[in-house]
Design a protein around this ligand. Structure first.
Ligand code: GTP
Length: 597
């Protein structure tokens, strides 16, 4: 296909505004799949994605479209992940195309997530076509949303396309807009090969599959290539495109988006944003903007049943095969035994991995408090990165501790503004700007990541009854008055419950934690003190009173079958508990203790 007949685009949309539905429609209209093959939402291929309605892995599809001008066009749709944790992947997907469709639900309007992605698209010099979706719904207000797009984003929305991705109404117009309004790619077929690595994943049949956008030159079957960030060399053994089914090709040329395989062992060897070049005739400069993804949130994952440790080892290994941004290393906890310290791109990423371990691999897990990465400057002049509160150096060796800060963008209807400001202030936030778009406030706050990482998003949703939208990126490290708070259950420190907190917030946090633990730990035959302490100093305390022996005896005495049933039930319940000294702590206590309502 000549460059003038190629269009590369992505779809930008807030969660639930209809990105997947529109993508499916486009595939259907261009004949990529028959009706029968057209399973619902083909682009979201993983189960958990489908269940949660989010897209994790970027995928791409090539469409053939005969436009009204009679010409046949090659359209490449790059699917972008829809969550803040995957911001860098989104950025690289956008960098691989020349334009995007901005899909906005005409019953909802612009959201924070949409904003962040549109700005990234504009930074990548995209032509952006606004698409107003769900106009089949009576609540749709295309006029109001059009104005909002102009006011909030500053994008001309006068020729926004109005569609219903669900019924198919107006979807042809979207295809026409792609052809007539988005620019074709540019590239030099004679220059040395330069391709951007957009995504990669592990396929059971093909091994590691690499998705690339060819910028210059040609990628061929049999060619020796090199990844510029590592210098590693490979031989291409297959290349092709997705429609969305794979189709093998002998070569991919400038402007094209497709995949190759090259006997690459691990997904981790292929970093998103890297430049693929020819080994014999390499490009002189890599593509700009490469930065390897860094995990920002860490937590410990331990099997509830220590006998499951080997299964857990195998499971994390398997997950890592397909997810280079997930890191793990072995960890031992005095309280929890053997497990893994794991690093994630963000909280959603953590949740997804934890859930997959429990569901797909059937391992009951205890997850310890998520922690950000602290930079601890020691009095001897060195700096250590702290991923685990348990590894905190002695206070007298510490010169200062720095913590990551984020810039958060929050969009919220006027009536919930007060609650959001209070939440941000409570979390040590510093307000930067407050502007209005119609009846919605747009707030920019600087916040310490450590205050956001745990339950900020849940709290934000609950104080705004789901009406706020939120997006963030890490900006900087700043010194903070941070201390390690330990939790003692029955006078024994439980390392898996220790957290790093700001000194000013320690007491409130400690009190909340001991109160939670008091509710979550069942009564035993003896009194159990629960204490929060900094250094040796107790700052909060609760006591769980003892069970009275005669009460249990009276309840369960006599009826032997009932007693047996009860014992079995207790056994099952025990599986989800861990013993600390003489005390059984239920699995959910580890996470619940940290929630601050
Ligand atoms: P994520 O994958 O979570 O980012 O969501 P998405 O943006 O891909 O949204 P998706 O396509 O899954 O659509 C969200 C919901 O809106 C689904 O229940 C769709 O059936 C519905 N939906 C999408 N487009 C339309 C439309 O034009 N009209 C109506 N009535 N519903 C629609």
């Amino acid at each position: 296909t000549p460059l003038s007949h190629i269009r590369n685009f992505s779809i930008i949309a807030h969660i639930d505004h209809g990105k997947s539905t529109l993508a499916d429609r486009l595939i259907q209209l261009c004949g990529g799949l028959t009706e029968r093959e057209m399973k619902e939402q083909v682009l979201d291929s993983m189960d958990i994605e489908r269940e949660r309605g989010i897209t994790i892995k970027a995928q791409t599809v090539r469409l053939d479209y005969r436009a009204k001008d009679g010409q046949l066009y090659e359209l490449n749709l790059i699917d972008t992940p829809g969550h803040v944790d995957f911001a860098y992947e989104v950025n690289r997907s956008l960098a691989a195309c020349e334009g995007s469709l901005l899909v906005v639900d005409a019953t909802q309007g612009v959201e924070a997530q949409t904003l962040a992605n549109v700005y990234q698209a504009l930074e990548n010099d995209h032509e952006v076509v606004p698409v107003l979706n769900k106009i089949d719904l009576p609540a749709a207000e295309p006029e109001r949303v059009r104005e909002q797009i102009e006011d909030v984003i500053g994008l001309d929305a006068s020729d926004a396309v109005e569609i219903s991705a669900k019924t198919g109404l107006g979807v042809e117009d979207v295809l026409e807009a792609i052809v007539t309004r988005l620019p074709p790619p540019q590239g030099n077929p004679d220059a040395p090969l330069k391709a951007m690595l957009v995504d990669s994943w592990y396929d059971a049949y093909l091994g590691v599959v690499v998705l690339v956008r060819i910028i210059d030159g040609t990628l061929r079957k049999g060619q020796r290539i090199r990844l510029m960030s590592t210098g590693a060399g490979y031989q291409v053994d297959r290349c092709g495109i997705f429609r969305p089914k794979q189709e093998m090709r002998d070569a991919l040329g400038p402007g094209e988006i497709g995949f190759f395989t090259a006997a690459i062992k691990e997904v981790a060897d292929t970093r998103v944003g890297d430049t693929v070049t020819d080994e014999k005739r390499p490009a002189t400069e890599p593509l700009p903007g490469f930065q390897p993804a860094q995990p920002v949130v860490f937590c410990g994952l331990f099997p509830v049943d220590s006998g499951d440790f080997e299964d857990l080892r195998e499971a994390v290994g398997k997950l890592r095969l397909n997810d280079a941004s997930f890191e793990y290393e072995m960890e031992t906890s005095a309280a929890l035994g053997f497990g893994f310290r794991c690093g994630f791109l963000g909280l959603l990423h953590l949740e997804i991995i934890r859930e997959r371990l429990e569901r797909e691999f059937n391992i009951d897990l205890i997850a310890t408090a998520p922690s950000v990465v602290y930079q601890v400057y020691l009095t001897d002049g060195t700096m250590v990165e702290l991923h685990n509160p348990a590894d905190m150096p002695e206070p007298q060796k510490i010169e200062r501790i720095e913590e990551p800060w984020i810039e958060a963008n929050i969009l919220v209807p006027d009536e919930h503004l007060g609650a959001v400001l209070k939440l941000c202030e409570d979390r040590r936030g510093r307000q930067k700007t407050l502007t209005y778009a119609g009846s919605r406030a747009m707030i920019v706050y600087d916040l310490p990541l450590n205050e956001v990482v745990f339950d900020f998003y849940d709290r934000l949703k609950s104080v705004t009854r789901g009406y706020a939208s939120f997006d963030y990126h890490i900006t900087d490290y700043e010194p903070g008055d941070l201390v390690k708070m330990s939790m003692l259950v029955n006078a024994e420190p439980v390392d898996a419950l220790s957290v790093i907190v700001h000194r000013a917030r320690a007491e409130a946090r400690g009190r909340a934690m001991v109160e939670k633990l008091k509710d979550l730990i069942p009564r035993h035959m003896f009194k159990i003190p629960i204490q929060a302490a900094i250094g040796g100093k107790v700052i909060a305390r609760e006591t769980i009173s003892a069970l009275r022996k005669d009460v249990t005896a009276k309840c369960y005495g006599g009826d032997i079958t009932r007693k047996r049933k009860l014992l079995e039930k207790q056994k099952a319940g025990k599986k989800k508990m861990r013993s600390f000294g003489k005390v059984d702590i239920p699995q959910e206590a580890f996470i619940a203790a940290l929630k601050m309502d």
